[in-house]
Design a protein around this ligand. Structure first.
Ligand code: GDP
Ligand code: MG
Length: 439
């Protein structure tokens, strides 16, 4: 795969900008990569479409390679599709927190109950587990054993009681004994079937859980979409647990969960041990789905290069004669996001004419200036000379920003001085180094 992608990127690289033509081949590769990661086809289609739309809107910044930019769009979209950020369990409305576990047989529900119980215990909660899988005596034993390992009691009524009744009595016990959390294990089937769904719905109606978590085996792949849809329609889920991510699955099922149900993956199971539960980080799974390490490196490089090229463009603006208050504002915003003006200036040759102290003072003033610039009209921002001429404009800005008129006058003076200095620096640079592309 990584070789195929490399070839596709090469195609984009030559053109220098993203067009519907030159992203066609790399997008085909992305599509293939997603299918190889076992993402279901409709979701792949939907994803590819949204990436194409985003990619075409993106301007390729100078200094950023088009393939870097495209891969960043792909990565960002993957993360967004999986829910952006990590989401925790819901808080209960009243009484104990109730978590209902659902899912097919063998996906790791019972194990996930133990894992969650341990996690909640670590948050200083008293947890009770409830065994409603009455179809296999071994299932109850399994939960009881897990409970013993972490000292979490298990409520069970053997195999003859009805699941909803067990759940009802379990919750009553938790209420009476002041437990903080109840985790209800349920029975799965090998396939989606109506009996399982109606049983699940009954238990859900009885305990009114704050979370109904669908446990999905990461190896499920393509079928995950249908599975999530069926469960979410039968018994509305609040999220999912993606298990067996310690295996060699690429995690394509993760994409389906959010896309199909709109619900987040809340946890990831990474082993058979009860400690092997992690919160879900979409960006990590995105990396895994994209697979190839070199794709990730591209994403990181793109981020770094985009920052650099912003700084370069800004430096050019600063040195040009049309430098105005908008640039000024953007400059100060950029400085707070990427470090000092000094570091921007250091990228340029022949900059030792401006002292470090002068730069620092300028930086401090920028903050004060920002508020005044915010009170300017668009014309005033693009044409700084308007302000030098008209006192009423200066008065209005002073009022608007809660400062004195003299502050505004000083600001204009500083700005003009700065602009003049920039221009003389620019002239000097042209003489000294003849930096290409400088105004
Ligand atoms: P249930 O039928 O849904 O309750 O599934 P179980 O909890 O009984 O788990 C089925 C099997 O999967 C057991 O052998 C577990 O040890 C194993 N299992 C569960 N979660 C994970 C996981 O995250 N990673 C690995 N490798 N195995 C797991
Ligand atoms: Mg089980």
């Amino acid at each position: 795969l990584s070789q195929r992608l490399d070839k596709a990127w090469d195609l984009v690289r030559k053109d220098g900008k993203l067009t519907s033509d030159n992203i066609k081949e790399p997008m085909r590769e992305i599509r293939r990569a997603l299918l190889e990661a076992d993402v279901s086809l409709p979701i792949v289609r939907q994803f590819v479409k949204s990436v194409e739309e985003k990619a075409l809107g993106v301007k390729v910044l100078k200094g950023v390679r088009p393939d870097q930019q495209l891969v960043k769009v792909v990565n960002d979209q993957l993360v967004e599709l999986m829910g952006g950020q990590q989401e925790d369990l819901n808080d209960p409305k009243d009484g104990p927190q109730v978590i209902l576990m659902a899912g097919l047989q063998g996906v790791g529900k019972t194990t996930a109950c133990g894992k969650l119980a341990l996690a909640l215990q670590k948050r200083n909660k008293r947890v009770l587990m409830v065994a409603t899988d009455v179809y296999r005596p071994a299932a109850i034993d399994q939960l009881v054993k897990l409970g013993e390992r972490i000292q979490v009691p298990v409520f069970e009524m053997g195999v003859d009681a009805k699941p909803a009744e067990i759940a009802r009595q379990g919750l009553a016990k938790a209420r009476a004994e002041d437990y903080d959390a109840v985790i209800v294990d349920t029975a799965g089937r090998l396939q989606i079937d109506p009996a399982m769904m109606s049983e699940l719905r009954e238990v859900q109606a009885t305990v009114q859980p704050s979370d109904t978590l669908l446990v999905v085996d990461a190896m499920t792949g393509q079928e995950a979409a249908g599975l999530v849809k069926a469960f979410n329609e039968a018994a509305e889920i609040t999220g999912a647990v993606l298990t067996k991510m310690d295996g060699d699955s690429r995690g394509g099922a993760a994409l389906s969960v959010k896309a199909v149900s709109g619900k987040p993956i809340k946890f990831v199971g990474t082993g058979e041990k009860l400690e092997s539960l992690e919160v879900f980080y979409p960006d990590r799974i995105a990396s895994r789905i994209l697979g190839a390490h070199h794709v990730l490196t591209l994403v990181e490089k793109a981020e770094a290069t985009i920052k650099e090229s912003d700084a370069e463009a800004m430096t050019k603006r600063m040195l040009s004669s049309s430098f105005n208050f908008n640039d000024f504002l953007q400059q100060s915003k950029m400085m707070s996001s990427m470090g000092s003006m000094g570091s921007i200036m250091k990228m340029l040759p022949g900059m030792n004419q401006i002292s470090e102290k002068q730069l620092n003072d300028a930086e401090k003033q920028f903050k004060t200036f920002e508020s005044m610039i915010n009170s300017m009209t668009p014309q005033e921002r693009t044409n700084p000379d308007l302000l030098a001429k008209t006192a009423s404009r200066r008065r209005r800005i002073a009022r608007g920003s809660g400062r004195k008129e003299v502050d505004v006058t000083n600001m204009i003076g500083t700005f003009s001085g700065m602009r003049a200095k920039m221009q003389s620096v620019s002239k000097m640079m042209k003489m000294n180094s003849g930096m290409p592309g400088m105004p």
